[in-house]
Design a protein around this ligand. Structure first.
Ligand code: ZN
Length: 508
């Protein structure tokens, strides 16, 4: 016999272990003494094995059997939670343990090889480990496969349920052409902004005062969160009262931390707003990587590129900078933030060229899993695509195919989430603007209407609704990349003062 209370008790115990692992992970990345890493990995692997053995353990197995036959004994919330538990369980229990162990071993070897190949700047030193990661992932696909059309679809669905090659081929083609056309117009008719003052010194304390003030106004709750320093910034949701964000600082590039913190706060606000009734269950998390990224990018790009937002914030920014920017007019300052330039490195890319970096990775991953491309050819393909789409060519593999950590961790299918998040964010903006004027809200002292809208449409549901349904319900239609292209035109044609376009598109 099994009842809902018993299932919830087991899920809570699993969640408590997960919370502990989360805090340990946060500690590793923010403050743990360097020498403690071996001791810590002992604690971690002990707790992780407890966590994992419970997650696919006999209690959960019993609950799945029982409630599959007696679904009506579950409450409304219980049903939602149960569906997710069942889904996660089926993904995990099917995979043979030896295969998972082999993948764990392969990815840790690959991490080391990837680091070494970065030093030699030579893909050949990473090729063997990458080939192994690909091979093992290909062996895993049949265990994960449900009704997906291709192998790469299976990988996409790990991060974005409901996403497919068929959809992405179409939307990415549209986005690619749209961006290349915008870039062409800017090159022919645009006026480059002056960015010479962006590297002026702004101390960490000055930047911190500004950006913590901004994210509090945006709705990040510091009584249920905190901001710490790290090397690779992230947000980690521990529980309803604890969603932490991190950043790194550069005193001669305030944009890095200012936009970085606004980005992570978007992830944090999502986690802080999930309905409390889902606490201690696997529903208490973002529903997909793409939706999570839509929230951080809505903050960072949609709000962070808004002229009214900066017009309102600039006096506060100048005050925090204590005189450093007093000679810079608002318009010059605002324009400098939106300079665009083709670059080789994804994480340094601006908000116009960024999706092209993702599309290149998507096309290559698809070639690996659906077209059986020769791994040795990948650097050549990579460089050709950069030349073709962005007009720049890496001079070595470190500037090219070796720049991202994802493939060394076998995270194939992850990259598209970044671009999906951006497209969702632009589509959400379009829907939101039917109900309220974002310019007016951002010019005011009260940003709550935006956060409340997002909470109602996205945040509160946690993982109880799939991305496709959330976007459909919030915006009234399926993913439509045209909103992103229109949005980019509006921002960049105005910043680059392409007059004929900026007025023509105003009413759209
Ligand atoms: Zn993010």
């Amino acid at each position: 016999m099994m009842n809902e209370k018993e299932l919830m008790k087991e899920l809570k115990e699993i969640n408590l272990l997960q919370q502990t692992l989360g805090i340990l992970d946060w500690d590793i990345q923010t403050g743990m003494p360097e020498k403690a890493s071996e001791d810590r990995s002992e604690v971690n692997s002990y707790l992780y094995s407890l966590y994992f053995s419970k997650k696919i353990g006999p209690k959960i197995k019993e609950a799945i059997q029982y409630f599959s036959e007696h679904p009506n004994e579950l409450s409304e919330t219980g049903k939602i939670v149960f569906e997710k538990v069942k889904e996660d369980y089926e993904l995990e229990y099917k995979v043979p343990e030896e295969l998972m162990t082999a993948l764990t071993a392969a990815t840790s070897t690959a991490q080391v090889q990837w680091q070494q190949s970065r030093e030699t700047k030579n893909f050949a030193d990473f090729q063997e480990a990458l080939t192994k990661n690909i091979e093992l992932t290909k062996q895993l696909i049949p265990y994960w496969k449900k009704d997906e059309a291709t192998d790469y679809d299976v990988l996409l669905n790990q991060y974005e349920p409901g996403m497919s090659v068929e959809i992405l081929d179409r939307v990415f083609q549209q986005v690619k052409e749209g961006i290349m056309e915008i870039r062409k117009t800017l090159a022919e008719k645009g006026r480059e902004p002056d960015t010479s003052f962006l590297s002026r010194k702004m101390t960490k304390a000055q930047q911190k005062r500004f950006v913590t003030g901004v994210i509090e106004q945006l709705g990040y709750d510091f009584s249920r969160g905190r901001l710490d320093d790290t090397i690779h910034p992230f947000m980690i949701g521990i529980n309803h009262n604890d969603a932490r964000i991190t950043t790194r600082w550069n005193e001669h590039d305030f944009k890095m931390a200012v936009f970085g913190v606004i980005h992570e706060a978007g992830h944090g606000m999502y986690e802080q707003d999930i309905d409390e009734k889902f606490a201690y269950t696997p529903i208490y998390q973002g529903t997909s990587m793409g939706i999570h990224e839509s929230q951080s990018l809505f903050n960072e790009i949609i709000i962070g590129s808004n002229r009214s937002f900066w017009e309102k914030q600039y006096p506060f920014f100048q005050q925090c900078a204590e005189g450093t920017f007093d000679d810079i007019s608002f318009t010059d300052f605002y324009r400098s933030l939106k300079q665009t330039q083709a670059s080789l490195i994804r994480i340094e890319a601006d908000s116009l060229t960024y999706p092209l970096h993702i599309i290149i990775r998507y096309e290559i991953e698809k070639m690996i899993f659906n077209e059986g491309v020769d791994v040795a050819q990948l650097p050549t393909i990579w460089n050709q695509k950069y030349e073709q789409y962005l007009g720049v060519r890496p001079s070595n593999d470190l500037e090219g195919i070796l720049q991202d950590v994802h493939w060394s961790g076998a995270s194939f299918g992850y990259f598209p989430s970044y671009a999906l998040g951006y497209m969702y964010a632009a589509q959400l903006l379009h829907a939101l603007e039917k109900e309220l004027s974002i310019d007016e809200v951002l010019a005011s002292d009260d940003y709550r209407p935006i956060k409340e809208w997002m909470k109602e449409k996205i945040h509160q549901y946690g993982a109880s609704r799939k991305p496709t349904q959330l976007i459909q319900d919030a915006t009234g239609e399926v993913l439509n990349p045209q909103y992103l292209i229109d949005y980019m035109k509006k921002i960049y044609f105005s910043v680059y003062q392409v007059a004929e376009f900026s007025s023509e598109k105003e009413g759209k």
